[in-house]
Design a protein around this ligand. Structure first.
Ligand SMILES: N[C@@H](CCC(=O)N[C@@H](CS)C(=O)NCC(=O)O)C(=O)O
Length: 251
């Protein structure tokens, strides 16, 4: 039995990409929660493996040549796990490029845009008094989510998965796209996306993966509460100087 991979995560779509891959690849792992709403991502031991102060990150004690390796950025982790196991990541160049372009599309488009849409819908209204101030941003990111769902829907015409066989590209997309159901979009306009989501949701490995850490995060903290102040400072007030200051205080 190989030593378990340590997965530094929180209850977030980027983290679930990795638990999905680990479950599907049948790799043993252990979850190491990082409470990002409380600022644990700034601790120096976490920054040593994830210098961007973001989850997910992994430590594989049995990395290349049997030596430990740490990896941050979910796309890099998925590539690493795909290469390590030879699963869900084709080795022929045509298949590989197909998977990579949709994986990069997720990393550069879907993740950031859906993330901002969620911020302006779920968090900003609790932080900004005047709703008019966030109207433009909310619309801007809602439109992007809508456009990207349209791209995915077109891509899934006559396809079961996004890039040939079920792959790390589907694993990267799934947790974000399933999240779009709660972002105010009319999903009936994206019937192929819905079918693809249902197909992946039915996979037992995906169900196990999405349950990991699901109990860690509740709803956004109440407006004006101390918890909300701590949460907003940890997550939305970050600058280079603040990260350096918090990290040196936390050690
Ligand atoms: N591009 C990164 C994004 C990771 C990311 O944004 N993670 C969020 C949770 S989904 C996080 O750790 N936030 C903590 C923070 O903002 O400090 C990846 O895909 O790994």
């Amino acid at each position: 039995m190989p030593a378990p991979i340590e997965v530094f995560l929180w209850a977030t779509p980027n983290s679930w990409k990795i638990t999905i891959a680990l479950e599907e690849m049948e790799l043993p792992y252990v979850a190491r929660p990082v409470a990002i709403g409380k600022g644990e991502q700034f601790k120096s031991e976490f920054l040593a493996i994830s210098p961007n102060n973001r989850v997910p990150a992994i430590i594989d004690p049995e990395g290349p040549n049997g030596t430990p390796i740490s990896v941050f950025e979910s796309g890099a982790i998925l590539h690493y796990l795909g290469r390590k196991t030879g699963k869900f990541y084709p080795t022929d160049e045509h298949g590989r490029v197909e998977v990579e372009q949709w994986l990069f599309w997720q990393m550069a488009g879907v993740g950031p845009m859906f993330g901002q849409a969620s911020h302006f819908r779920n968090y900003a209204p609790n932080l900004v008094d005047d709703p008019v101030k966030i109207e433009y941003s909310t619309k801007r990111y809602d439109n992007e989510v809508n456009r990207l769902l349209g791209v995915l829907d077109r891509r899934l015409t006559n396809r079961t998965f996004v890039a040939g066989e079920y792959s790390i590209a589907d694993m990267a997309l799934y947790p974000w796209v399933v999240y779009a159901r709660g972002l105010g979009q009319d999903m009936s306009a994206f019937a192929r996306v819905e079918t693809w989501l249902d197909r992946i949701t039915a996979r037992p490995a995906v169900q196990r993966a999405m349950a990991v850490g699901a109990d860690l995060q509740g709803p956004p903290p109440a407006r004006g509460s101390e918890e909300q102040r701590e949460f907003a400072t940890a997550l939305f007030g970050q600058t280079a100087a603040s990260v350096a200051a918090v990290s040196s205080r936390q050690g």
